[in-house]
Design a protein. Structure first.
Length: 332
């Protein structure tokens, strides 16, 4: 008969393997059709020819292609690629007079946030079309970073804004591995080759190196905000400790330009563009079949084993993030 310890060991392996499958993207939930193209859709009926184009930037900001679905179930929206396609379509439409980025996001990876920022700046420079950031519930960290590439930053009265800062996500599973009787026997070429491995304790030297990376990425964030918001260094340092702000607080701190609703934003654009009537449009994907609701890309749950667990744990390397998170994960 199996002992209680053996049963607990099996349950722990299955439980944490499930978590790691989700985090590593080995389980992908695809609720969307395959990409076929973009078509224009009216938001509000109008006979006007000139347009304001509304483009969404929602959820975790990533730039990994071909991972569609829901972020917390393994899928990741490739925000950079999607915005690039939308900008390309908008560039060929002479009736697009302004673009509004409807941002509702806690941020994402450092690289994807930075790429989004540069795509926005490139589009403005290439076309001369004004781009406005308009925050919904959340415009934090990497989402705020990307918004620095726009002409103006708006927020709704109930938006949460800010969280200027960077973190390196890193989980430690060495204690768990000991409890389930698994050891790491990796051979590396140098003491820091395995830096950040979830299977070993972080050393003082590891921490020092990671802190150096964080400071470099943090300074880049500060430079982007300082350049685009014209906030002096000392004042920005007080604002950029990772905290979030209400829309009103952000406006007072000069982190955003305006607080209002969509109707206020549209009225402002009409006045600035000197166009009396503008129709509101957005893009949507066209075509595609109906894929299965759940897709297992790694052979299914029955394939889980201690070897699978190790492979998945080792895939969770430290990731630099411009991301605001209201919670944390603790295992003891």
């Amino acid at each position: 008969m199996r002992t209680i310890k053996e049963e607990m060991k099996k349950l722990l392996i299955l439980f944490f393997s499930g978590i790691l499958l989700v985090l590593s993207g080995c389980v992908t939930v695809n609720l969307y059709p395959q990409e076929k193209g973009l078509e224009e859709k009216l938001i509000k009926p109008s006979r006007a020819e000139d347009k304001i184009l509304f483009l969404p930037i929602r959820g975790f900001i990533g730039d990994e292609p071909k991972k569609r679905g829901i972020p917390f179930l393994g899928g990741k929206t490739d925000q950079v690629h999607l915005l690039e396609r939308e900008f390309q379509k908008a560039s060929g439409d002479t009736h697009v007079k302004a673009v509004v980025l409807m941002i509702d996001s806690p941020g994402g990876t450092v690289t994807a946030s930075d790429r989004l920022y540069h795509k926005i700046r490139e589009f403005r420079k290439r076309t001369g079309i004004p781009v406005i950031a308009f925050f919904g519930d959340l415009g934090a960290s990497g989402a705020y970073y990307a918004a620095m590439g726009t002409d103006e930053v708006w927020a709704r009265p109930t938006s949460v804004v800010g969280s200027i800062g960077v973190m390196i996500a890193n989980l430690g599973f060495e204690g768990l591995m000991k409890k389930v009787g698994v050891s790491d026997r990796t051979i590396a070429s140098g003491p820091e080759k395995e830096m950040g491995s979830p299977l070993r304790t972080m050393t003082p030297e590891d921490r020092k190196i990671f802190e150096g990376l964080v400071q470099d990425f943090y300074q880049k964030f500060l430079n982007v905000v300082r350049e685009n918001r014209k906030i002096d260094r000392e004042r920005l340092a007080r604002l950029a400790d990772g905290r979030i702000f209400t829309a009103t607080q952000a406006k007072s701190a000069n982190l955003i330009d305006h607080v209002g609703y969509r109707s206020d934003l549209v009225s402002s654009l009409k006045e600035k563009l000197k166009i009396k009537d503008l129709k509101l449009v957005q893009y949507q994907e066209t075509g595609g079949g109906s894929p299965p609701l759940f897709g297992m890309t790694s052979g299914g749950w029955s394939a889980l084993s201690e070897g699978t667990l190790i492979a998945l744990v080792r895939s969770l390397g430290p990731t630099p993030l411009y991301l605001w998170t209201a919670g944390g994960l603790t295992m003891k």
